[in-house]
Ligand binder design. Structure first.
Ligand code: PLP
Length: 393
């Protein structure tokens, strides 16, 4: 297949974000209320109910971002100075930054080379008497091994705080994450599976933790406070009414979009697996619903320069391609505050899979998987041609 002829064919994958009249109606509904913050209208509280119900959680709390959602979730379970939180080293930096912003140490561990999710044995080996939480990150919507994590959490008496920024709607053995988890944090940033440009949410199974989170996300004030009680230290992480109104429309569309992506990923990953040198992200049959935030694949042996070239060429063909995250311990941010006493080389030596994946992994935005089946074939053909041209030649 000739790359030039494909680019002429113009791939035209679906855009992201998507909206229709339901977002327009929702925004006007929010506009015409008596106020635009959560205490002046119904949108945030209605969205929280709908989001909690969709995820099988008791409560949901809407916040300003996924990063703030993680910070709040960690704070609620008592993470602070002197504590450690175990995080996979292959993740977006917010997973560790949320820990460090609270003055706690983020302890990076290795991931599985096939699923890219936290290696539960590595997490187990990293538990110390200071460990206050273990944070699985459900990479690209594929739930980490929740059976093994539940056992580790129980054995070590350490709670799980789920970074579910990629995992709206995910299910394990037919059960939604909100029902299986005590605390999970979600993101609604522009590229995520549902979005209002920015935003986040935390789901809870325990109403006391939810109430604590509510106070902390609103400067320590109860919902009806008019006398400046400030019962707890906190910050202002409140979501506004406009964002919540849009997210209600986005949530209503999420299930149908997941259905499409669930049909497309087996097709695309099957085609990618047939390309010499390309290894798509693996699956886990126990993750019975995967919302597919990203279509990820590895090209083992690719150099940094070649990977950049592959990504640039994919973009020039209309494919939303990106290089995978950097290892969290290979950023300046990681060492700026609440850094571990371990040095970089020691951490890197413990994370051989993260070292490999961060060097050879490429991901495609989930709007790719909202395309038609024919578009999946075209995407795979372009990937095959570009990889052959850049890597093999
Ligand atoms: C996007 C993301 C976050 C942070 O969410 P924001 O809403 O951008 O703050 C956290 N963790 C992971 C894994 C993410 O991809």
């Amino acid at each position: 297949m000739d790359v030039i002829s494909i680019s002429r064919r113009n791939l035209e994958l679906p855009n992201w974000p998507q909206y229709d009249d339901s977002e327009k109606v929702a925004l006007l509904r929010a506009l015409e209320q008596s106020g635009w913050w959560r205490f002046g209208g119904q949108e945030v509280s209605e969205f929280e109910k709908e989001f909690a119900e969709y995820h099988g959680a008791r409560n949901a709390l809407a916040v300003t971002s996924g990063t703030h959602a993680l910070e709040l979730a960690l704070q609620v379970i008592g993470v602070g100075p002197g504590s450690e939180v175990i995080v996979p080293a292959f993740t977006f930096i917010s997973s560790s930054q949320a820990v460090q912003r609270l003055g706690a140490v983020a302890v990076p561990v290795d991931v599985d080379p096939d699923t890219y999710n936290i290696d539960v044995r590595a997490a187990e080996a990293a538990v110390t008497e200071k460990t206050r939480a273990i944070m699985p990150v459900h990479m690209a919507g594929l739930l980490a091994d929740l059976d093994a994590l539940a056992k580790l959490s129980a054995d070590a008496s350490v709670p799980l705080v789920h970074d579910a920024a990629h995992a709206q709607g995910a299910e394990w053995r037919g059960t939604p994450l909100g029902e299986l988890s005590t605390i999970a944090a979600y993101s609604f940033q522009n590229g995520k599976l549902m979005t209002a440009g920015e935003g986040g949410a935390v789901t809870f199974s325990d109403s006391h933790e939810y109430e604590t989170a509510f106070l902390r996300h609103s400067c320590g004030r109860p919902p009806t406070d008019r006398v400046y009680q400030h019962k707890m230290s906190g910050s202002n992480f409140r979501m506004n009414e406009f964002s919540a109104s849009v997210l209600r429309a986005q949530l209503a569309r999420l299930g149908g979009q997941i259905d499409v992506r669930e049909q497309r990923w087996p097709v695309l990953s099957g085609l990618l697996a047939g390309i010499p040198g390309v290894l798509p992200q693996g699956t886990d049959d126990r993750c019975t619903r995967n919302p597919h935030y990203m279509a990820m694949f590895r090209v083992p042996g690719i150099t940094v320069e070649q990977r950049r070239q592959v990504v640039d060429e994919l973009i020039s063909h209309g494919i939303p391609a990106f290089v995978a995250f950097r290892a969290i311990y290979r950023t300046d941010a990681f060492w700026e505050m609440a850094a571990p006493t371990t040095d970089l080389d020691t951490i890197a030596a413990r994370c051989p899979n993260v070292e490999a994946i961060t060097g050879d992994c490429i991901w495609l935005h989930h709007r790719t998987l909202l395309g038609t089946e024919e578009q999946m074939t075209a995407v795979a053909e372009i990937v095959a041609d570009v990889v052959a041209k850049v890597v093999v030649s």
